[in-house]
Ligand binder design. Structure first.
Ligand code: ADP
Ligand code: MG
Length: 386
């Protein structure tokens, strides 16, 4: 039994005075490449990581819902008959939002029993590794099993997304839930955000002796809402002026025409998205044809594009990337929405201590906050634990 399984069993017993019927878990995720491409109907390439959220769940004889987490002192209770997005707030909107969203995807909530849930996790919260998708996906697979809904994982990903969009109120895409539900060990999920086709691609990091180092700059991206909205608006403007439904419909061959039609800033926003879509596809092809040591240049190019064309980097992220590369990483880029958060560095295993020391020293020399560095491995997606 893993430590988390034990704390969840103990937490469930102490809060609810009973044993859970079963335990389920789902991982956080990191995006290897493909940034700000999701809402442009493009490609992303995330993988599930070896940090997980575990839920213990037991059905009840009545129609009450009770949720508790090691993360919060209170136990939240709500009758199933009162389950609407408007009645949900705070952290419990994630697990209860999933129960509501299952109803939108065919579960007959008027005929199902209530449940007790206890949650624990070692996915860092708010570090850009999607603790939110981990909690949603873990609850989704647990309820899918115990409510005997028979929904497949692609549908469960949409359930998690709907919960996040409507119950939590965060306008996120489907990347995080797809990685958390469809991921496999030492593999990443190549996701087409238009068709929602998902393909699991072996990474081969393990055999090649490579690790993915996360460099959490601890710069909060909480104030990035305006920047995010303005980037989305630029993408929509670019697509409209170029006469396409979304930037997905453009290729690098269209960029010369785009430059004649668009103002400089809009052109650079468009160029990031178009070239990033190409880089995601090139990463998948390079992995297949040459293996993971050959993808470093694509990671580097992705960072330059986000820094110079999309303008969503910050000095801490640029320093993390440059220092990691200088200390022997094969490639590095910021990951996530930008304006803070984490960078990733694809690094030969033997060089992890050197890269970690170099980045830590460089941050200290510039007077930046102490960064948090740790390795993540590509892991299996959501699963029943017991
Ligand atoms: P992240 O980048 O980690 O996904 P989000 O802001 O999207 O950050 O989601 C974090 C939120 O998800 C937390 O503030 C909390 O409300 C909820 N959450 C995540 N993990 C847990 C947990 N183990 N227990 C309770 N709530 C959780
Ligand atoms: Mg999140």
């Amino acid at each position: 039994m893993t430590d988390l399984s034990q704390t969840v069993t103990e937490g469930f017993t102490s809060r609810f005075d009973a044993s859970p019927t079963g335990l389920w878990s789902a991982p956080g995720r990191v995006n290897l490449i493909g940034e700000h491409t999701d809402y442009n109907d493009g490609f992303v390439f995330p993988f599930a990581i070896n940090r997980r959220t575990v839920v213990g769940l037991g059905l009840r004889g009545d129609r009450l819902l009770r949720v508790a987490s090691s993360f919060a002192e209170e136990t939240v209770e709500l009758p199933l008959d009162d389950l609407t997005p408007e009645n949900l707030a705070g952290w419990s909107a994630y697990p209860l939002g999933v129960a509501w969203a299952l109803g939108q995807f065919g579960a007959d909530l008027s005929a199902l029993p209530g449940f007790d849930v206890f949650i624990d996790s070692d996915v860092p919260i708010g570090a850009g590794l999607s603790s939110s998708a981990a909690i949603e996906s873990a609850v989704a697979v647990a309820l899918n099993d115990l409510w005997q809904l028979g929904l497949d994982r692609r549908v469960l990903a949409r359930v998690g997304q709907l919960a996040e969009n409507r119950a939590v109120g965060a306008p996120t895409g489907i990347m995080d839930q797809s990685a958390s539900l469809l991921g496999e060990a030492d593999s990443a999920v190549f996701l087409d955000c238009r068709s929602l086709d998902a393909e699991v691609i072996p990474l081969g990091f393990d055999v090649a002796g490579l690790e993915l180092l996360i460099i959490d700059t601890r710069v909060s991206h909480a104030h990035s809402t305006g920047g995010y909205a303005s980037r989305r608006a630029s993408c929509e403007l670019g697509a409209r002026m170029l006469g396409v439904t979304s930037l997905r419909d453009l290729t690098v061959d269209d960029l010369a025409r785009a430059q004649k039609v668009l103002d400089d800033e809009t052109f650079r926003r468009v160029r990031h998205v178009v070239t990033e879509n190409q880089r995601v596809q090139d990463t998948v092809r390079t992995l297949r044809e040459q293996g993971p040591t050959a993808i470093g240049a694509l990671l580097d190019a992705s960072h330059v594009s986000m820094r110079d064309d999309f303008e969503i980097s910050v000095p801490e992220l640029d320093l993390a990337v440059e220092t990691a590369r200088g200390a022997g990483a094969l490639g590095a880029r910021m990951t996530g929405g930008g304006f803070g958060g984490a960078a990733i560095a694809l690094t030969p295993r033997a060089l992890i201590p050197a890269v970690t020391a170099a980045v830590t020293a460089a941050f200290a020399a510039r007077g930046f906050a102490v960064p948090d560095l740790f390795v993540v491995r590509a892991a299996d997606g959501a699963a029943r634990e017991q």
